[in-house]
Design a protein around this ligand. Structure first.
Ligand code: UDP
Length: 389
């Protein structure tokens, strides 16, 4: 970048790229995007596996879905989407069930055909111990929604592996991410729009950054070079919130994931579906992804090989990639204090915080993009346009 940037964006995930794209396209501002990793896109990044050519989501499967028309129209400027609809199955004690819990799951578990009303009555009978409106935590909410037997089968073991935290300590909002349906609709998401980028996430992300006023500097840790930037340059920071403040209020708790990719040459189809969850506690991984199934329309994928990826979850230690905010009561207290510091930073130094790491919120991609569009309009654009008219 020949001249000093008008705006610095720390992190090139969907939040950061949306802000950068808007500032360059809408306001004609020079944007410098600083990215610690050697590639764009944060955890949405994907790349073809060199051996099979199959597109692999290196940081776990990313499925795009939204009911927000504004977000949908915005993302469609950069990519077309396939008609992919996400469906997940789970293995529990050697049998396969559809997830999220729907009429087929309930009938299969109970071992008999039930009408929607019968299934509702069956669940209500097994959920009598708690009223859904009184449910205060993950376990109470889970039991209230699907009844104790299904909770124990499909949520208790999986969640023990995913969070290693007493489900009474986890927020009810985690389990509320999943719908419960008294129909045979087994789609994972209930959103209006859904699909996968036709030519992959990386092509999409690169198009967002492809603007003469945007410079992306990869392999660069902003903390190592911030002193070389003009001190008063407006900044959007999407890195970890606690790190920005040098952990002054303590470390926020995160779960990290370990992925074990494997090319299989003995079969072209390992599991017949993109994602299989493993509900049993004695299976160490939470799920297996099989990437070929995300793109059934890609006829060039080999038929005699496939690539699978086992996913394991554990507490993040320093140096690990943070994935899921744990959000214990202690975390929430620290977060309040960090938010107060962030508010002051916004006023005093024109630094705004966004994205999953910068707000300590588990954001789906469409949420990151939607909140970036809103932040751009309400907070960032006024930095530049106020005083101009
Ligand atoms: N969950 C579960 N069993 C499943 C799928 C999900 O117990 O088969 C719980 C688990 O605690 C998880 C939460 O529901 O963290 C939310 O699931 P979601 O699929 O939204 O998680 P993600 O795919 O984002 O990791």
């Amino acid at each position: 970048m020949s001249a000093d940037p008008d705006l610095v964006v720390v992190g090139s995930g969907f939040f950061g790229l949306t802000v950068a794209e808007r500032a360059a396209t809408e306001l004609g501002k020079r944007v410098l995007v600083i990215e610690r990793r050697s590639h764009l896109g944060g955890n949405a990044y994907s790349e073809p596996d060199p051996e099979t050519g199959i597109e692999v989501h290196r940081y776990g499967a990313h499925l795009f879905h939204t009911s927000n028309t504004r977000v949908w129209e915005y993302v469609n400027r950069f990519t077309d989407f396939t008609g992919y609809q996400h469906r997940v199955f789970t293995i529990y004690q050697g049998r396969v069930y559809p997830m999220p819990v729907n009429l087929a799951t309930i009938c299969e578990y109970a071992g008999r055909a039930m009408s929607p009303d019968e299934a509702r009555a069956w669940v209500a009978e097994h959920a009598a111990e708690i009223d859904v409106d009184d449910a205060q935590n993950f376990e109470e909410k889970g039991v209230a929604l699907v009844g104790r037997p299904l909770y124990e089968a499909f949520f208790a073991g999986y969640t023990a592996k995913q969070w290693q935290t007493d489900p009474k300590e986890l927020p009810a909002s985690i389990v509320s991410r999943l719908p419960v349906r008294y129909t045979f609709d087994n789609r994972y998401f209930s959103d209006t729009y859904e699909g996968l980028p036709v030519d992959g996430y990386t092509a999409w992300l690169e198009r967002m950054a492809d603007h003469p006023l945007i410079e992306v500097r990869l392999d660069t840790d902003w903390f190592d070079m911030r002193d070389s930037l003009p001190a008063d340059v407006p900044t959007v920071y999407t890195g970890p919130l606690d790190r920005y403040f040098d952990f002054s209020e303590g470390e926020l708790g995160w779960r990290t994931l370990d992925f074990e990719p494997e090319v299989l040459t003995t079969t072209g189809d390992f599991q017949g579906t993109p994602v299989m969850n493993y509900a049993d506690r004695d299976v160490a991984y939470t799920r297996i992804h099989e990437f070929r199934h995300f793109h059934p329309e890609r006829k060039h994928y080999p038929t005699d090989k496939t690539i699978i990826m086992k996913e394991y979850s554990r507490f993040a230690e320093s140096g690990d990639e943070p994935y899921y905010p744990i959000n214990t009561a202690e975390d929430r207290a620290k977060l309040e204090r960090y938010r107060e510091l962030a508010r002051k930073e916004a006023t005093n130094r024109r630094v705004l915080f966004g994205g999953r790491l910068g707000t300590y919120k588990y954001l789906d991609m469409h949420m990151a993009i939607g909140s970036a569009l809103t932040l751009f309009e309400n907070r960032i654009a006024p930095w530049f346009t106020e005083g101009e008219s």
